[in-house]
Design a protein around this ligand. Structure first.
Ligand code: SF4
Length: 268
């Protein structure tokens, strides 16, 4: 039985490096690890299966929902049914092949009665998302819906205020462009939300065309280079400013303070 992602708490050097085949193998190994995970006893007891992820393991676009729903739990796949069909349609309309995306969720187990997750459950599962981002290496991460957006942004700003606004965030040890979107499942029942979702999805090709944001310098390395000792705070992932000369994006002009990053993925 696994206790969870082996590298969740203290990430080590990426053994996969930049080679696609070892990264894919590491992703499959991570999925096998997750399948036996019982770190959240209530979720492990209630789930049909762990829903790890699916799609292109080399995708430049990672779609992250909140947690598997009933259908996902039964099928063992994230983002299925009508919401997935709507999202795929909007992606195609924007010129993006849905098959070239990778899909996953913040929590990999269904929440009984669709209750909110406990903080410790989110913390337990954070390593799986951080490691998934490190292995898939997307340029752009889409947070689908209010819950995923709050977790990935690390603040409670409502989705109606932040949807469609990209910003550079650090997840695990990767800097990505994060774009919050309305949840396609909720949008199915609101024409206005579908229109907003369509407009936000239409921004994705331009975001994907931007240079990849530079990964943060590991705090320990930075501290050695500067001759200082890393404090506890310094071990959090650094804010990632836009690269010189790169086109400005919605939120990149304001570097993200470390305190605004999702603490779960801060690396401390
Ligand atoms: S939610 Fe994540 S950490 Fe919790 S039991 Fe499921 S896979 Fe493990």
């Amino acid at each position: 039985m696994s206790a969870g992602p082996s590298n969740a708490a203290a990430p080590e050097e990426d053994p996969a490096g930049g080679d696609a085949a070892p990264r894919r193998a590491a992703l499959e190994a991570l999925a096998r690890d997750a399948r036996g995970c019982r770190r959240c006893p209530q979720l492990a007891a209630a789930r049909t299966t762990v829903v790890f992820g699916r799609g292109d393991p080399d995708a430049e676009l990672l779609l992250v929902g909140a947690a598997p729903g009933r259908a996902e739990d039964r099928q063992g796949l994230p983002l299925v049914g009508e919401p997935a069909r709507l999202l795929d349609e909007l992606l195609r309309d924007a010129g993006i092949d849905p098959e070239r995306t990778y899909r996953t969720t913040v929590l990999r187990c269904r929440l009984p009665d669709n209750r909110d997750p406990l903080p410790e459950e989110v913390a337990h599962c954070a390593g799986y998302l951080a490691r998934t981002v490190e292995l898939v290496r997307p340029r752009v991460v889409v947070a689908l819906g209010a819950f995923a957006t709050k977790l990935l942004r690390g603040d409670p700003a409502p989705i109606r205020r932040v949807h469609g606004r990209d910003e550079i965030r650090t997840i695990g040890r990767r800097a990505v462009r994060l774009l919050p979107l309305y949840d396609p499942a909720a949008a199915l029942y609101a024409e206005d939300a579908v229109a907003a979702l369509r407009a936000d999805v239409a921004r994705l090709p331009a975001l994907l065309a931007l240079p990849a944001p530079p990964d943060p310098v590991p705090a320990v390395t930075a501290a050695v280079a500067s001759g200082s000792s890393p404090s506890g705070d310094a071990l959090h992932s650094a804010a990632v400013p836009e690269a010189d000369g790169a086109p400005p994006s919605a939120a990149a002009a304001s570097p993200v303070p470390a305190s605004d990053q999702l603490p779960l993925f801060g690396g401390s």
